[in-house]
Structures are given as structure tokens and as C-alpha cells.
Design a protein around this ligand. Sequence first.
Ligand code: ADP
Ligand code: MG
Length: 140
Amino acid sequence: MLIKTYELTADDFTQAGSISSDIRKIAKGYGMSQETIRRVAVACYEAEINMIIHSHGGQIELSIDDEWFNIAFKDVGPGIENIELAMKPGWSTADVVAQNMGFGAGLGLPNIKKNSDTFNLFSDPNGTLLQLGFKRKDTL
Ligand SMILES: Nc1ncnc2c1ncn2[C@@H]1O[C@H](COP(=O)(O)OP(=O)(O)O)[C@@H](O)[C@H]1O
Ligand SMILES: [Mg+2]
């Protein structure tokens, strides 16, 4: 079930982290474990920053069902030219403005993948879609 849709404006550093912080609060309200909440927060923060510094803006959709906590990051371009390369630790096309703000280490995507339970990334020049899923309950 779709819970919430956020609008994200490109290059708006004043809002950086506010959506992922809201998502983290919602995850807490759903009684997920501390560890899962930490993974949600890390992955969503990196994905939100990527949309701010690399994309033309878009939407972030949060949906939740009995088993899964899902977040879709949808932007309107310019897309990722080479996903395999983008997934490599240290690879970054961040400009000097983003670098001076402390972004652009090239570790965001690998970190997002490491912290999520399901990870799907699709991209073309019309936009990038990143779908992340987190199991609401830790399996023993
Ligand atoms: N939403 C996006 N739109 C366009 N390019 C992106 C997006 N997310 C990531 N990228 C590309 O993938 C690269 C690697 O991303 P990431 O691992 O988060 O490192 P960083 O953000 O530090 O550059 C970015 O430098 C950028 O070229
Ligand atoms: Mg990044």
C-alpha cells in the first residue's frame, strides 16, 4: 500500500536528508528493529543525496505491506550512463560544488546495495528508478 509520496527538487541542499529522516521516523513507528531502521536510514539518505546532486529531481514513494517496507526513488533524468561503473566503490561524477559540500566519495550506491534487502536499479536518459526493499521483520 502506498503510504507517502515526497517531491524532491534537484540541487536543493537546504532539504538534504529531510526525506530520509522522515522515512526513518515512519520505519520506527512500524516497529522495525534498530538494525533495520539503521539500514533504511543509511540507504535512503544516500539515495536522496544522489537525487539531489545527480538528477533533475523527482519523487520518492514509500509503500508498506505486511512483509515489506519499500522505497522507490524516481527521477526525471539525466540517467546513469553505465550502471556497472556507477556501482563500483570510488566511482563518481560529482561536480566540484557537491564535492565541496562533502559529497561525491563514490560510495553511495555500493552502500545502498549493501544495506538493503532487495535492490533494483534501472536507468535511461529519461530517468533513474531505484527500488529498495527491507524486510519488516528480521528472520531468525
Ligand atoms: N539518480 C542518479 N541520477 C544520475 N546519476 C546518478 C544517480 N545516482 C547515482 N548516479 C551516478 O552514479 C555515480 C555513483 O554514485 P554514488 O556511488 O552514490 O557516488 P557519489 O554520489 O558519491 O558520486 C554518481 O557519481 C553518478 O554518476
Ligand atoms: Mg552518492
